[in-house]
Design a protein around this ligand. Structure first.
Ligand code: SF4
Ligand code: SF4
Length: 352
């Protein structure tokens, strides 16, 4: 059987996706014949329900169900507390705040802040360039939006707000109001223009990331009320509103994520398409490949908007989602395997 070449989402496709374009319509007709065959051999109807039940039963007894979440929370708290400790004990370990800092003497600059400062000052500041390049290289290695879920303090408290929102939604007290993802692109342009036209880094004044980082290190101020206001909106009106539809930091790191070697990989072979991953994800559009007949590759790297939080990796009942370093990690069922096997058989063998 002749097979179309395995396609990879290109640069412009990834950028379009982050700026608000939809996944499914673009690539639906590009599914390779090998992948079509895998989809055709998948278990159907009652068989899927049976397999899912078996997986969920196993899940209940699994130790360390939230492995990646726990690692992430530990890392996030460690980094932010390192700022606090360095300040209180006057140590040259991690000085400054998340927007601009020095790690063991090396300049570090938040990429979005550096952009805003450059546009506002209309000057190229050498320390800023050093800090920008250092941080850029770091996040190309560790995954662009990894900054969001592994470092940003707002992400952590927004997760608790999301937990409350979901509990209230379950009881029918609140409901989620989703917006068009393109809104974030509009905000991005507006904040860049504001910096350029006013000469002030306007976004930094309202950024909960900077506000929380400074409050932790230098003590709370009344500006924290703004963060409380944002959290209330997220609890009562729109789930994860700030990160999904406003924050330009996420989009800046998303651009870096296009080039990153650290990814979440989706493998279609064992996936039961029940959609648990999309329910826990901050950016569910990157998981649209997991809907049946949407992925056009057997192994599909998730888009750069993925924050590498690991929530989908933790929850996936079939281990179809895994972290990988491109070129280093070994792929489960690599694309150059011989003809796809019968999936029903494969699933039965794997679940023993
Ligand atoms: S989108 Fe912004 S506020 Fe949300 S986690 Fe990322 S940097 Fe933090
Ligand atoms: S795709 Fe997975 S790792 Fe990426 S943001 Fe969503 S839940 Fe987190």
């Amino acid at each position: 059987m002749s097979d179309k070449k395995q396609k990879k989402p290109g640069f412009f496709y990834c950028v379009g996706l982050m700026l608000g374009k939809s996944v499914s319509k673009t690539l639906k007709n590009d599914i390779s014949e090998r992948v079509i065959q895998i989809y055709e051999n998948k278990p159907k109807g009652a068989e899927v329900i049976k397999l899912l039940k078996a997986e969920k039963a196993k899940e209940k007894n699994r130790k360390n169900k939230n492995k990646w979440r726990n690692r992430r929370w530990g890392t996030l708290l460690f980094i932010n507390l390192l700022f606090v400790v360095s300040y209180f004990f006057d140590m040259s370990v991690l000085e400054g705040a998340l927007t601009a800092s020095r790690f063991m003497g090396f300049h570090m600059a938040d990429l979005n802040s550096a952009l805003q400062i450059t546009l506002a000052s209309k000057m190229i500041l050498i320390n800023l360039v050093i800090g920008f390049v250092t941080v850029l290289i770091m996040w190309i290695i560790f995954g662009g939006r990894t900054f969001c879920s592994w470092v940003c303090p707002y992400h952590l408290i927004a997760e608790f707000a999301e937990f409350i929102h979901l509990k209230l939604a379950q009881k029918g007290i609140v409901s989620d109001h989703a917006f068009n993802r393109k809104v974030r692109t509009v905000f991005y342009i507006v904040f860049l223009l504001l910096a350029f036209l006013t000469g002030y880094t306007v976004f930094e004044v309202i950024s909960p990331t900077g506000i929380l980082s400074r409050a932790l290190i230098y003590g709370p101020t009344f500006v924290l009320l703004w963060v409380v206001f944002l959290l209330m909106i997220e609890i009562l009106y729109s789930r994860r509103m700030w990160c999904r539809y406003v924050c330009p930091i996420g989009l800046t790191y998303g651009f870096v994520g296009i080039f990153s070697i650290f990814r979440v990989n989706y493998n279609i072979n064992d996936c039961l398409h029940e959609g648990d991953c999309r329910k826990v994800c901050l950016v569910p559009h990157v998981l649209e490949w997991t809907i049946k007949n949407r992925s056009f590759n057997e192994n599909q790297e998730l888009g750069p908007d993925c924050t590498r939080c690991g929530a989908c990796v933790d929850i996936c009942p079939t281990n179809s989602l895994t972290f990988k370093f491109k070129g280093i990690s070994r792929e489960k069922y690599p694309c150059n395997d011989p003809e796809p096997k019968n999936n029903k058989q494969k699933i039965k063998v794997d679940k023993k």
